[in-house]
Design a protein around this ligand. Structure first.
Ligand code: NAD
Length: 553
């Protein structure tokens, strides 16, 4: 059933009534429909008689959510709300962000992706498969919303640190876009999650009768590139104002695709650039705590993939901005990968590692590399749990008064060390951040609240800045501006608690400021498609989606 929209809905178009309205997640209010609305919109009898407030609905959802026995059950429960009542879902996300972030994003989303085919109820997002070659634009046109502004797309080959999960990786674009809306207020109808199903090389999935993707091996070479090219071209055609976020591609494709598209279409890779910005912000804050200026930091990375090189590239940009030559800046970043220290004598290095292959003897032992290089900071982005073991942390604590230790691998099961290990093995002197959340840790008299170097501090604000300014391209300078803006919002009280990032409860205000800084970069470099308003922050804030019910009658 449809009828003309009530005047205060604002659209002169068919507006659903009755059951259709209750089944429309963007309009549904459930038991909060008022008496007047129930009469006007054909809802009487379809809802129990009592009209609930939104606050009461929130209480009901949270009561049920907290009764679920496992995080995975909580994931299924809360994602179910998203497809029933989007406004209530986002109200809950906003009011209980810390609790919800662990579920819709790392660590639980990792488990959800591993189980995706088994927990699937109603499919969400858009699946573009290898069989859609030649008709990708047609597939995009099936999406029910026309004004798409942000697309998060994965091919599922490197989901968190969990590897190839094929089409089951859809949980990641869904989760990231939930954070775009929650953290930066990008309206949910402007967000499009996409999985490019190019097959999977995961034997377990290929044998699983409930796997949701194509049962074929991954496309490689030109067949793969052609599909991605067609997808990117189709986005330009169907959603010309959309920003494309590349997400959880395996590292060779990630670096290649970023290089290919970054100067041609409005796109970025969060694993490379977003991670770079959040880690750089953490290092700025850590430098305030350790007293070692950025230009004197020596950073040793464990893992030389997308995250590590993305962080190093942005550290170098920051050091160059402070006056260092590029070679000197790169000389401050060292890598240790699965074959040992990345040095110029090695002949097995992928192109993205070459700028960081310095002159040094080959070294296969990580602790020996620490002894030799005497880094001020360790950054773990290897996906290998337990690699920051006791001897590693103790060595760092012997070399530095305040060793900086970032264990960024996700989900929690992949973290190089836990927060408790970093603090305990360094006698409370570590300046620590992690990729997945850890509970507070008490060592001696002091309780630490470890900071989570979560990309959610960066990408929603960057995305909002890009779409609010109609930027044509996303540049490294925007990520650099985002990192500086984020770091500037860490207070002395945060640092005192061991926290290198502002509390998540402030994330909307933080994201708005990041968006303003990013948009300023677009205006400064003539990349913007709209006039600069006098009050940039006010302009950004006025665009932010508020999860509140509207009156329909
Ligand atoms: P990637 O596959 O591109 O890189 C992984 C790197 O680790 C490779 O260079 C590999 O050689 C190296 N490696 C593997 N085993 C090793 C070992 N035993 N010792 C040393 N190095 C080893 O992956 P990526 O995109 O760089 O992501 C790596 C990890 O970082 C993942 O767990 C991911 O979830 C995490 N990550 C965290 C954040 C964040 O917290 N903000 C952001 C992005 C990625």
């Amino acid at each position: 059933m449809t009828r003309t929209a009530p005047p205060n809905v604002g659209a002169d178009q068919a507006f659903p009534t009755g059951v259709d309205l209750l089944h429309d997640p963007t309009l549904n209010k459930g038991t909060a429909f008022t008496e007047v609305e129930r009469d006007a919109l054909g809802l009487r009898g379809l809802l129990p008689p009592h009209v609930h407030t939104m606050e009461e609905q929130v209480a009901r959802v949270m009561e049920n959510f907290r009764r679920k026995p496992t995080p995975l059950e909580q994931y299924i429960d809360i994602l179910g709300l998203q497809v029933r009542n989007e406004t209530l879902f986002y109200r809950i996300m906003t009011e209980h962000l810390e609790e919800m972030m662990r579920i819709v994003y790392t660590p639980t989303v990792g488990e959800a992706c591993q189980e995706y085919g088994h927990i699937l109820t109603r499919p969400r997002g858009l699946f573009v498969s290898a069989n859609d070659r030649g008709r990708v634009a047609e597939v995009l046109r099936n999406w029910p919303h026309e004004d798409v502004r942000v697309i998060v797309v994965t091919d599922g080959e490197r989901i968190l640190g969990l590897g190839d999960l094929g089409a089951d990786g859809m949980g990641i674009p869904l989760g990231k876009l939930i954070l775009y809306t929650t953290c930066a207020g990008i309206p949910p109808t402007q967000c499009l999650p996409v999985t490019l199903d190019v097959g999977t090389d995961n034997e377990m999935l290929l044998k699983d009768s409930l796997y949701i993707g194509l049962k074929q091996r991954r496309l490689r070479g030109p067949a793969y590139d052609d599909l991605v090219d067609e997808f990117v071209a189709a986005v330009q055609q169907v959603f010309p104002y959309a920003l494309i976020q590349l997400e959880d591609f395996a590292n060779t494709n990630a670096f290649r695709l970023l290089k290919k598209y970054r100067d041609a279409v409005c796109s970025f890779d969060d694993d490379i650039q977003g991670t770079g910005a959040v880690a750089l912000a953490g290092l700025y804050a850590a430098a305030r705590e350790t007293g070692v200026p950025m230009t004197e930091q020596r950073v040793l990375f464990l893992g030389a993939g997308e995250a590590g090189v993305g962080i190093a590239d942005l550290i170098c940009a920051a050091l160059c901005d402070q006056g260092l030559e590029q070679d000197a800046a790169r000389g401050r970043c060292w890598f240790f990968d699965s074959h040992g220290l990345v040095v110029d004598a090695r002949s097995d290095l992928a192109p993205h590692k070459l700028p960081y292959a310095h002159a040094h003897a080959q070294e296969a032992d990580f602790r020996a590399a620490i002894e030799s290089l005497r880094p001020t900071a360790l950054i773990g982005v290897s996906g290998q749990p337990g690699t920051f073991d006791r001897p590693v942390i103790e060595t760092m604590a012997r070399i530095n008064d305040r060793p900086v230790v970032f264990a960024l691998s996700n989900p929690t099961s992949k973290s190089e060390c836990t927060a408790a290990q970093a603090y305990e093995w360094s006698e409370g002197r570590a300046v620590f951040a992690s990729g997945s959340p850890f509970d507070p840790v008490t060592v001696g008299e002091r309780t630490f609240q470890p900071g989570q170097g979560n990309n959610a501090y960066i990408f929603p604000g960057v995305g909002m800045g890009v779409i609010a300014s109609h930027a044509r391209l996303v540049t490294d300078e925007m990520f650099f501006a985002a990192a500086q803006t984020l770091a500037a919002q860490v207070t002395d009280d945060d640092l005192e608690l061991g926290r290198l990032y502002p509390p998540l409860s402030d994330i909307r205000a933080v994201s708005a400021r990041i968006a303003a800084a990013v948009a300023e970069v677009a205006w400064r470099h003539a990349l913007a498609g709209v006039e600069r308003p006098d009050d940039v922050l006010g302009y950004i804030e006025s665009r932010m989606y508020q999860p509140a019910y509207r009156n329909y009658a």
